[in-house]
Design a protein around this ligand. Sequence first.
Ligand SMILES: [Cu+2]
Length: 190
Amino acid sequence: MMNSQALPRFRAPLLTVMSVLSLLAAAPAAQAHVSLEWPAAFAASAYKASFQVGHGCSGSPTREVTVEIPPGVRGVKPMPRPGWSLAIERAPLPRPETSHGRTVTDEVSRVTWTANTPQDMLQDAHYGEFVLRATLPAQEGALYWPVRQACVQGRYDWVQVPGPGKDAKGLSAPAPRLDLMPASGGGHVH
Ligand SMILES: [Cu+2]
């Protein structure tokens, strides 16, 4: 006989695993344009955001990629790329926060990778990843990461966000989307 008290506890992780699997199954459709390698994560967890760039601008090589950090994302650390310069912009927080016993008043708001020379640029025939690490907000739901891709000729601004209750179908330049699922419990994250 099944213990009725154990059931809800058992059910939640199962649903979570299933929703992760269904999101992962849906991922290949989003691999054109710029998308996140892992499109789902737990709220309030440490997350490695890997932005996948699959093509240039109508054949022109990519020379710069900028990621705008969504509200509530903390502790952003971008991964350097050989041959590319990193620029990190910070902005004041709405109100000061405490992290590791220290008061924090600003946070990374934008990260830009720029190719140092034409040889370092990402050719249209090649595939590239632009990576950062951060702590995700505690609020579950969709989190959009606007990305701007500049090429030698032309650019794409992957910044479109679907309206409430709509999906990204029909958007020509959707912003990469991360689905935050309910946090798996407390814990200390960096
Ligand atoms: Cu595309």
